[in-house]
Design a protein around this ligand. Structure first.
Ligand SMILES: NC(=O)C1=CN([C@@H]2O[C@H](COP(=O)(O)OP(=O)(O)OC[C@H]3O[C@@H](n4cnc5c(N)ncnc54)[C@H](O)[C@@H]3O)[C@@H](O)[C@H]2O)C=CC1
Ligand SMILES: O=C([O-])CC(=O)C(=O)O
Length: 306
């Protein structure tokens, strides 16, 4: 199993590290446009192999797509991150051009590849990757919901004063400060609805904290987060590589599901060896439907900018 990660920056390197540590891929190719950068990151990571006990071979290349040939999965993290005070949408001017050329180059060398798009604004970049590559819709996946759900679980565990392994929850909708739809009604602590333990106000606070999860970290760090994003991507890569058939909320091209079409937005999907093997349609209540609809309108507005 060969995995390419484009962009050897904070998220790309973290993602390569988690993939390697889980030791399910034979090879990870890190590619960056900055001369020697991916080579350096790959060498540093390889020097953790004997310490962390993995056999995945990580190589780094400077913009040489021939080295990515016949990748099963490719992750696109190339592009600029936001700075405090910015929205993800403001990155579109620079990142759209990068995602377009990177997607084209990847597919040229690996026509059967499954693409995972991370660069922001992610839902629009996922839509753009569809437009420029024409790959079937199961083979382009946007990563946002897996990360947002991990942040939701973190906030739920904090509110419930419970271990994170005891809580479950999912975030659908666009990967943006306003567009995320944390499904508080369906959140649970060990199968018991979280609403049995938390007041409406506390659950609303969890929801709001989740939606600004990325912005909160960007303010603290001066740039956006990378550990949880890298771990979330590695989870998607593993689900595909190991044909796990796990459900993750991912940005998928919709064609009528949830009453939405012609956009990529976060919905629950089954991930397996063919990428998105199924879009799972869950019954939303009127409030959740309205929130998803509003989120979709926001994503469509951003899509108009490309
Ligand atoms: N979807 C999500 O949940 C998340 C998305 N992101 C997004 O991921 C992107 C990367 O974030 P970071 O890794 O923190 O940024 P970073 O600046 O640390 O790394 C980006 C890397 O991309 C490289 N790059 C730029 N243009 C390239 C090109 N044409 N070809 C190959 N490499 C190129 C840069 O040289 C740099 O090393 C940002 O757009 C950020 O907003 C970040 C976290 C979560
Ligand atoms: O906040 C950002 O800009 C990066 C990102 O998408 C996240 O960490 O959720």
């Amino acid at each position: 199993m060969k995995v390419t990660v484009v962009g050897a920056g904070a998220v790309g390197a973290s993602c390569a590290e988690y993939i390697a540590i889980k030791d399910f891929a034979s090879e990870v190719v890190l590619l960056d446009i900055k001369e020697g950068f991916a080579e350096g990151k790959a060498m540093d990571l390889m020097q953790t192999a004997s310490l962390n006990g993995f056999d995945t071979k990580i190589t780094g290349v400077t913009n040489d797509y021939s080295k990515t040939a016949d990748s099963h999965i490719a992750v696109i993290t190339s592009g600029i991150p936001r700075k405090p005070g910015m929205t993800r949408e403001e990155l579109i001017g620079i990142n759209a051009g990068i995602v377009k050329s990177v997607s084209e180059s990847l597919v040229k060398e690996s026509p059967n590849v499954i693409l995972i798009v991370v660069s922001n604004p992610m839902d629009t970049m996922t839509y753009l990757a569809h437009q420029v590559t024409g790959l079937p819709k199961n083979r382009i996946i946007g990563m946002g919901g897996a990360l947002d759900s991990a942040r939701f679980k973190y906030r739920l565990a904090e509110a419930l004063e419970a271990p994170i392994s005891d809580v479950d929850g999912m975030v659908i909708g666009g990967h943006s400060d306003k567009g995320m739809v944390p499904l508080t009604r369906l959140a649970t602590r060990n199968s018991v609805p979280a609403s049995e333990f938390l007041s409406d106000d506390r659950l609303e606070q969890v929801l709001q904290d989740t939606k600004v999860g990325g912005a909160t970290l960007t303010k603290l760090l001066g740039t956006s987060a990378w550990y949880a994003p890298g771990a979330a991507v590695s989870g998607l890569v593993q689900a595909i590589a190991c044909d796990q058939k796990k459900i993750f909320p991912c940005s998928a091209l919709l064609d009528g599901e949830y009453g939405l079409s012609d956009l990529c937005i976060g919905v629950p999907v089954v991930l397996g060896k063919d990428g998105i093997e199924k879009i799972v349609e869950i019954n939303l209540n009127d409030k959740e439907k309205a929130a998803l609809q509003e989120s979709a309108e926001g994503v469509k507005k951003t899509n108009e900018l490309i």
